[in-house]
Write a protein that binds this ligand. Sequence first.
Ligand SMILES: *Cc1c(COP(=O)(O)O)cnc(C)c1O
Length: 375
Amino acid sequence: MKKYKFQDLKDRNLHLAEQLKAAAAKVIDSGRYINGECVAKFSDSLAQMCSVRNAVCVSNGLDALRLIFRAYIEMGVMAPGDEVIVPGNTYVASYLAVSDNGLVPVPVDVDASTLNLDTSLVEAAITSRTRAVMVVHLYGTPCWDETIKSLAKRYNLKIVEDNAQAIGAYAAVSGFSGSYATGGLGDAAGISFYPTKNLGALGDAGAVTTNDDRLAEVVGALRNYGETSRYHNAYCGCNCRMDEIQAAFLQVMLSDLEAENRHRSSLARIYNREISNPLVSKPTIFNDMGQVWYQYVIQSPERDRLRSYLDDCGVATDIVYPVPAYKQPCYRHLNVDKLPVTEWLASTVLSLPITSITSPDDAVEISNMINKFVF
Ligand SMILES: *Cc1c(COP(=O)(O)O)cnc(C)c1O
């Protein structure tokens, strides 16, 4: 029986293997492994891609987000105990970046169509302690509209983007500085280059993108022990740098990102065209924004049965995410009221294979299997 894998990083990177090996050899022979020209060059490429003035390469996506909030605290923009509005439906790392800084994540429900933060519910969650809203471009769909833009202005809130899943995506409405690209919409953004992300390193890596020069400076210092010049520590920083070898790999991967995103987008269109089972609802394809399909997420009230049926058919799937972050044991103390859309999603979402190892024919075959699923 044919197997349809959900993801296979070796296969996915196979067509780039020679280039990646050459890039590694070059770094090895250079003798420079940290803070060298690969990181500098990749930062420039990334800043350009997100239409921002600064990209600061760091160790991973969580550290990118964590250092943004830490920098705002160092800058006196926020203080421990302040609140940050976060979406109910996201990866736990979005919350960890907030709580690790002594800030309080305030979960708000998501919209049933975008599956992102429901911006119409944000104003009611704002208190005198709210300092920021974190917009997460979940599954590769930008979370950005006029409402969030005007609320930020009216209440003087920072907008931090969790861009871990949406590099290369663009929104329908421009951001604060005119950019439509995710990573350039709000005040600052964190990106992850975890190997399974659309732009993945061969290990951990991440970056902060921002038009705020001061913020970039502080994040740049914080990632390197808080040093603002050699042996002068303005902050009690950390060691959150990106390796040269990962930057070199990422430069190679970046040349392939557009093709990867285009492939995913064509598979999403095939699934949306072919799947017609009334027990299954399909994600919305928005004509006015560019989604990059980190995940292709269907919903079904019979999700668990559908998943084991597909497993029997040889199709591997994933659930992103089965438990909302605020319901994790570590966030018990937040005492969040039920967020109905988020909790409905946790029990109904199912991700289908959508990376470059899945072919258009595979997508048609998988759709046909889904159409034969009966309860
Ligand atoms: C992957 C991810 C992160 C964390 O990135 P790491 O590089 O794994 O630390 C944060 N937020 C979201 C939404 C993610 O998908």
